[in-house]
Design a protein around this ligand. Structure first.
Ligand code: MEV
Length: 313
């Protein structure tokens, strides 16, 4: 019986990079999804996707979990609305949706906690230091507070708050593909951390305070506090060197117009940073500015649903 499962992309409101070292991160699921369909196929296992090796790895993680030597032939199709390499969690969304679909197709199991656990196994092939925040934000959806306390102990809280409509005014600014992979950026930060732990800890502490302030601002519907906390959060990311010079001028201009813009996920050092996340109350203030930089702009909605069983017949 065919099974179709979808999972959202994610953004970090605050906490990327620092989350690898034990700071909290606040993530939100967005209104762009990956849908994975699995159906019987008579010949052999077939995968159609952007990256067949990645899909095969996901299938192996599921097979190993259940101790399955072989599985019946099936066809798996991946359809994605999430731009790859732009820090919206495209590959984590593929693994969450695929694992969800495989568990349901093979075992009739619907278990987001198990999906999240296995998706973390998959994340670790991308970079060995994966925090587990990306897959958690995508699996559970809404707003997720995530902190890796210890390697075997993770605090994952889905915040029971709905983003007030006056604050759900976020935009993505496309600044171009980053030259560096997320793995390379995580490695760069690890070197920086090893070289000067005191410097890093200082900004990590400031970043943690902003993560809390953002959660509070969203709860209270306070746009000014949200802007201020996002700005300081971005500044900590600039301090640790994950924000390319190419995007700093537009970030400063957004701030002058009363908004805030920040990098997402890994960021980038030498060219584009993928998407910038931007919050601004007057949306008509952005198009001309973005055009001047030859970037492009789209509105997104935060707080969307996590993994979802779309159909099972
Ligand atoms: C990547 O989307 C987010 C990072 O914080 C790495 C991680 O948490 O695994 C840069």
């Amino acid at each position: 019986m065919p099974v179709s499962v979808s999972a959202p992309g994610k953004i970090y409101l605050c906490g990327e990079h620092f989350v690898v070292y034990g700071a909290p991160a606040l993530l939100s699921a967005i209104d762009k999804r990956v849908t994975v369909k699995i159906e019987d196929h008579k010949d052999k296992l077939l995968t159609y996707s952007l990256d067949n090796r990645f899909i095969r790895h996901i299938i192996n993680v599921v097979k190993n979990h259940f101790g399955l030597r072989s599985i019946r032939p099936f066809k798996i199709t991946v359809a994605s609305q999430i731009k790859k390499g732009y820090h919206l969690g495209s590959s984590a969304a593929v693994s969450v949706a695929s694992i969800g679909a495989l568990l349901y197709y093979l075992k009739r199991v619907w278990n987001p906690d198990l999906v999240n656990k296995l998706a973390f196994e998959v994340e670790k092939i991308k970079h060995h230091n994966a925090s587990g925040a990306d897959n958690s934000g995508i699996t559970y959806g809404g707003l997720v507070w995530y902190r890796k306390e210890l390697e075997f102990l993770k605090s994952i809280w889905q915040l029971s708050l709905k983003i007030p409509s006056n604050l759900n005014k976020f935009y993505l600014i496309d600044t171009g593909t980053p030259l560096e992979s997320t793995a390379a950026m995580v490695k760069f930060v690890a070197k920086k951390y090893a070289e000067n732990k005191r410097f890093f800890d200082r900004f990590m502490a400031i970043n943690e305070i902003q993560t809390k302030k953002i959660a509070l601002a969203l709860k209270e519907g306070n746009a000014n506090n949200l802007v201020n906390a996002l700005k300081v959060c971005e500044n900590t990311l600039e301090k640790i060197g994950v924000v390319s010079q190419k995007v700093i001028p537009i970030i400063r201009e957004v701030e002058k117009k009363g908004g805030a813009a920040k990098i997402l996920g890994g960021g980038g050092r030498s060219k584009g940073v993928g998407y910038l996340l931007c919050f601004i109350a007057g949306e008509n203030l952005l198009p001309d500015l973005v055009k001047r930089y030859n970037f492009s702009l789209e509105a997104i909605s935060l707080g969307e649903e996590g993994i979802r069983l779309e159909s099972s017949k």
